[in-house]
Design a protein around this ligand. Sequence first.
Ligand code: ADP
Length: 653
Amino acid sequence: MLRKSETKYRIVADNAYGWEFWLSPEGKFLYSSPSCKRVTGYDAGEFLADPDLLNRIIHPDDRSIFLSHHDKSAAEDEIEFRIMRPDGTHSWIGHMCQPIFDEDGQFLGRRGSNRDVTLWKQTGELLRESEEKFRHIFEQSPIGIGIYNQRGELIDLNEVALKMLGMSNLSEVRGLKLFDSLNISDDQKKRLLKGERIVTEIKYDFEKIKRLNCYKYKTTKSGVGYFAVLITPLLQKPQLPDGYLTHMQDVTDRKQAENALRASEARYRAIVEDQTEFICRWLPNGAITYVNEALCRYIDKNRDELIGFSFMPFIPEEDQQEIKRNLDSISWEKQVFTLEHRVILPTGEIRWHEWTDRAVFDGQRRIIEFQATGRDITERKKAEEELKRTSDELRRSNADLKEFAYVASHDLKEPLFVISSFAKLLAKRYKGRLDTNAENFIAYIANGAQKMQELIKDLLEYSQVGTKRKAFKPVECSLILSKAISDLQVAIEESGAAVTHDNLPTVMADATQLNSLFQNLIGNAIKFRSAETPRIHISAERNGDEWLFSVRDNGIGINPEFADRIFNVFQRLYTSEEYPGTGIGLAICKKIVELHGGRIWVKSGIGKGSTFYFTVCDTGVTLCALDRRQKHRVKQEIPFDVYHGNGISPQMR
Ligand code: ADP
């Protein structure tokens, strides 16, 4: 009976898939099932013959696990260890071991059951590795990733995503509903459920979230954040997604930049559209790409009627060539030109325009577009033409007038000479033979003729100032003044006048005209002297980029009311009986000063003497050595008392 049952068990053990063995109480192999060959690579006979074989083939690192397991008296959990196969590979063994006792409780040895778990171990390892790899990708991804289950509840969120939302812990958001928390429309939801991927953009107003306390988590973020989210349904079967994967990117900076750009573009557009200047852009082939509102209004056309077409039909043929030539001449070196040309309006009216055309280049400096700003200048053009016509006319009539004044005064000299000569002859020949009246009449004629001669001489001089203009040269004013004083020597000596002056500069001037200017002013100072002995002082000082001259006298003075008038032709304040003269001298002075780029005026009062001021432009004059020493102010008054009565300053002698 016992033998029968032992045979039965042996048959079972011999055919077991796993490796069964029996160890004696001393640890010797009493039985090993044949399957040990498959599990370990060694025959059952080898284990029976070599009791230490099992110990030897257990991987050294796992030997202690095996031994400690065997030391225990009771059955324990399954242990795993590696064994070294004869071919050098190793197998993982899942081992369970039980101590066996007989009915009397006597220890009979151990029964070991072993199975080859190598494949399972390897698969587990691979799975762990793959899981680790994916977790690594999940955690290290620079994109925020979320994983939702089939019901759309959040089950995982990587670090980046947590950070984006200002959260610290996944537990704070686990369970959040995909379809509630993200900005998903009904249509998008339908598409997701069908397994389609969708992209959505969500805006989180973190302040509002904090205020309303609408989520169970507390965000540390502030302000507004924009996120682009790609939602991918995870499909195993085609029917319904098993879950959802979200990829989230923080696009706040881009969005804010876009918003700022949009605002600035709107501002720019408003400027471009609202301005009255015309703006137009076109491609190198001539096709218009943009026209602003002002231009559309001006030519009474819609944008659609202009965009894609050329502007050339709006230009008269005669002007087209010039525009083309200028456009062709545009290059990287010369990117802009401005041109005035005519434009034909749809009504047929021709207007003048001014356009500034500029090329737009690509990275290779090739022209990709032109842009131009323009304006209607018809009115300005008309005004310019009118001005040109008037100034041409004025120039012509001025020339005619000069010619007339010259011819008239020149030709009048001749008959006047005849009148005055014959009047003198008459007075001489018939002296004492005519009555007193007749002699007076003859004297009047002679006197009148002489005055007229003076007038004509002065008029001739006036009309000629500036006609024979000489190139300005550096002129030493002190030398010119000496010359003028010596020309006036008779008058100076007669009146006992004292003429003094400071150091005078060298200026760019016409020496003859400057001489005439000094002569006129000093001559007047002597002529319009008061009861006092005339004292005349000439000085000059630097005033910015001009020299300010003054001629001061102690004469009768001028009523300030007439201070401007006296510079006009024939304007005199006294009769020629009171003070001889023609009233042309100061007009000549004014003309001379203006030809030198300066101004002339007088400061005076009746009985207070007069000071005539005039300026001379200082354009690139080589200053005389003295001037350079004295820099700007040239003033070295010579006291009147010293030279009073002599009339001539020491420099003159
Ligand atoms: P004219 O000397 O021939 O009268 P001007 O043109 O030189 O003509 O002068 C115009 C007028 O200005 C003079 O008639 C005189 O009334 C006044 N005038 C000019 N210079 C002086 C001066 N230094 N003092 C007072 N009056 C002057």
